[in-house]
Design a protein around this ligand. Structure first.
Ligand code: IPM
Ligand code: MG
Length: 369
């Protein structure tokens, strides 16, 4: 198959991790007979510096012409004091909005060999396998009014949590559909004891659940959910929630896996053009130092293979390679726990070698086969 992929590297560690993901895709292509074409586009701070805007029209066009989008990360101290329309994050938010990437899937899986890398007790996280389904184009991130003003001589700031009912319906529905192919349980997270929008969310969840009698629905308040994620993460299967709650809970959940550098994500649209990105940020403090963990981005590529291209065995090959490389003890700095670690490029190299069948583990298996 021929597939065209837009690559938006962004800022900080974005370029090094997306380069790794591209190399991985090339190996997958060689091994399984596909041709992947890559088209780079500017986004975030890099785009502001070169074009004066965080999401140039050209980038949007590159995305629209592609079969899928891979994104690195955006942001950095250089642009932190900019006004909102000139912030790197605004580029990412505009992209999500313009392409209607409403459903952000953030799977949280604990790799066996990383059980001790988590600050949470190993017995609590063993076999954790949950999916956070985060609404991505509404809520506090986009609602208006938004901004700062002086009212009667008093400085004020406002953000608005706004949702249309249909926006709630489509994301909750997506969560139920996903749950059908998993453990058939949806936890809908809200703040219905305080927020009007959450009370509507709960109603919507109840209504949608009627269409899915085989899936169990449970409601949980977001503060309790934050606590339960640490106390007993195994109770969760699919967790569905609005934009901001999902942003916060997914960073929290990443610590179950040992590092924010492990979590991939897929942002799905109705149109079929989806975006894949690690959930972590641009980590400007370690950019270019060979310390970044490329696994979240490489696992995002596995999600791309499966969800955008229907390439199941290719996706499995990438996931298996990551698993095997971790089993063999290779660690980037974030998951090394003071032990010896390898660089970003070395990690990319090991994963590629496993996919190609020339890595250490594949070779040992071949000898005993
Ligand atoms: C994420 C990030 C973004 C978000 C930022 C960079 C705008 O934290 O994807 O989780 O808040 O959505
Ligand atoms: Mg976030």
């Amino acid at each position: 198959m021929n597939k065209s992929i837009a690559v938006l590297a962004g800022d900080g560690i974005g370029p090094e991790i997306t380069r790794g993901a591209i190399e991985v895709l090339k190996v997958v292509g060689e091994r399984y007979g596909h041709k992947f074409e890559f088209h780079q586009g500017l986004i975030g701070g890099a785009a502001i510096d070169q074009t004066g805007t965080p999401l140039p029209e050209e980038t949007l066009n590159i995305c629209k012409k592609s079969d899928a989008i891979l994104l690195g990360a955006v942001g950095g101290p250089k642009w932190d004091k900019n006004q909102s329309h000139l912030r790197p994050e605004t580029g990412l938010l505009q992209l999500r909005k313009k392409l209607e990437l409403y459903a952000n899937l953030r799977p949280v899986q604990v790799f066996k060999s990383l059980r001790d890398a988590s600050p949470i007790r190993a017995d609590l996280i063993q076999d954790v396998d949950l999916m956070i389904v985060r609404e991505l184009t509404g809520g506090l991130y986009f609602g208006t009014p938004k901004g700062r003003s002086i009212q009667n001589g008093v400085e004020t700031a406002v953000d608005t949590l706004f949702y249309e009912k249909s926006e709630m319906e489509r994301i909750v529905k997506k969560a139920f559909e996903l749950a059908q192919s998993r453990s058939k349980k949806v936890t809908s997270v809200d703040k219905a004891n305080v927020l009007e929008s959450s009370r509507m969310w709960r109603e919507v969840a109840e209504n949608v659940s009627k269409e899915f009698p085989d899936v169990k629905l449970e409601h949980m308040l977001v503060d309790n959910a934050a606590m339960q994620l640490i106390r007993d993460p195994k109770q969760f299967d699919v967790v569905v929630t609005e934009n901001m709650f999902g942003d916060i809970l997914s960073d929290e959940a990443s610590m179950l896996t040992g590092s924010l550098g492990m979590l991939p994500s897929a942002s799905l649209s109705m149109s079929g053009l989806h975006l894949y990105e690690p959930i972590h940020g641009s980590a400007p403090d370690i950019a270019g130092a060979g310390k970044a963990n490329p696994i979240a981005t490489i696992l995002s590529v596995a999600m791309m293979l499966r969800m955008s291209f229907n390439m199941d065995k290719e996706a499995e090959a990438v996931e298996r390679a990551v698993n095997d490389v971790l089993d063999a003890g290779f660690r980037t700095a974030d998951i090394a726990d003071g032990e010896k670690c390898i660089t970003t490029n070395e990690m990319i190299h090991e994963i590629k070698a496993e996919i190609a069948g020339t890595g250490m583990i594949s070779s040992i298996m071949a000898i005993y086969a």
